[in-house]
Design a binder for this molecule. Structure first.
Ligand code: BDR
Ligand code: CA
Length: 303
């Protein structure tokens, strides 16, 4: 991918079952230039193996994938195999995929970025490449529980909780010219795929991926059922990519944000009187879920 190709985006993710849907959509939409991964749902090498596994099975073998930073910027990595399975893809073991990324992850980053894992790589990129960071034009992030209950602690959403120092660093030092959009839990939790919704998706994808998606999702459905949500699954990261690519109409409101790195780890709060340079982000407040499902299906269904 050329850093100057404005039509393509980089997806920085931690697949992760809902990240897998994000990868499928981005590739099928023809918008994916490269993939880098973070540790979050599972470790950083495993998330890269998983991204490669998904892309290879959806016709995306030529999309470069590189693992990012091995751990959060100021803490040890904690992962969540109880949510996404031992290897991060539910009941499916992607095996020890053998491949070598030709490039280190920062070489793959351009000016348009979607982040569906912890903000570790973004914070490191800012520290190491301030000039390139300042040139970012679009940054769309899945994360945060804003005026809404968390899914990890009472106030924290998982991606922000894993690396709160990175998230706080990014929210305080946003790339000055970028359009930054945060897709928080209060909206993404409402975007769900249940077995009935998956059946035509798996059929449309076909092949090994179509065959294995029900086994990937069964784990996620059982997790949601065990948490009282029902036999369905929240597909946060796919919705985030649909927003990032302007595939659906949505509403936002602007807020300057900080992240608690202490006792209330990962809680995101609005700053009413931000310091100069502490820029607001566009916080997603609403989207038409049915329109989002329709766009996703049209994108993956064979024409
Ligand atoms: C986020 O955390 C992860 O488990 C999901 O992949 C999503 O990015 C939701 O809190
Ligand atoms: Ca994710």
């Amino acid at each position: 991918m050329s850093l100057h190709d404005h039509s393509l985006l980089v997806l920085d993710c931690d697949p992760g079952i809902d990240d897998a849907f994000a990868l499928i959509y981005m590739h099928k939409a023809g918008l994916l230039g490269a993939v880098t991964t973070t540790g979050g749902n599972v470790g950083t090498q495993q998330t890269a193996i998983n991204a490669r596994w998904v892309l290879d099975r959806v016709g995306g073998a030529s999309v470069p994938v590189a693992p990012g930073e091995p751990k959060p910027i100021a803490r040890e990595l904690i992962t969540t195999p109880e949510t996404h399975g031992e290897f991060g893809l539910g009941y499916v073991d992607p095996g020890p995929e053998v491949w070598a990324s030709e490039k280190e992850w920062p070489q793959l980053w351009g000016k348009r970025l979607i982040v569906t894992g912890p903000l570790t790589n973004v914070a490191r990129f800012r520290q190491r490449y301030p000039q390139r960071y300042a040139e970012i034009e679009e940054l769309t992030i899945m994360g945060g529980a804003i005026d809404y209950p968390g899914n990890t602690t009472d106030h924290a959403e998982w991606n922000i909780w894993v690396d709160p120092e990175a998230a706080d660093d990014v929210f305080r030092h946003l790339p000055p010219r970028a359009q930054v959009t945060l897709c928080p839990l209060g909206v993404t939790e409402g975007f769900r795929i249940d077995p009935e919704r998956l059946a035509p998706i798996a059929a449309a994808l076909g092949g090994e991926l179509g065959e294995k998606l029900p086994e990937i999702m069964r784990f996620y459905w059982e997790f949601h059922r065990d948490h009282g949500i029902g036999y369905t699954a929240q597909i946060h990261d796919l919705l985030t990519c649909l927003i990032a690519t302007d595939a659906v109409d949505y509403d936002v409101e602007k807020r300057a944000l900080t992240v608690d790195t202490g006792e209330d780890r990962g809680a995101v709060t609005t700053v009413t009187d931000p310091q100069p340079g502490h820029l607001p982000v566009r916080v997603l407040t609403g989207v038409d879920y049915e329109a989002a499902h329709a766009v996703f299906f049209q994108t993956i269904a064979p024409r």
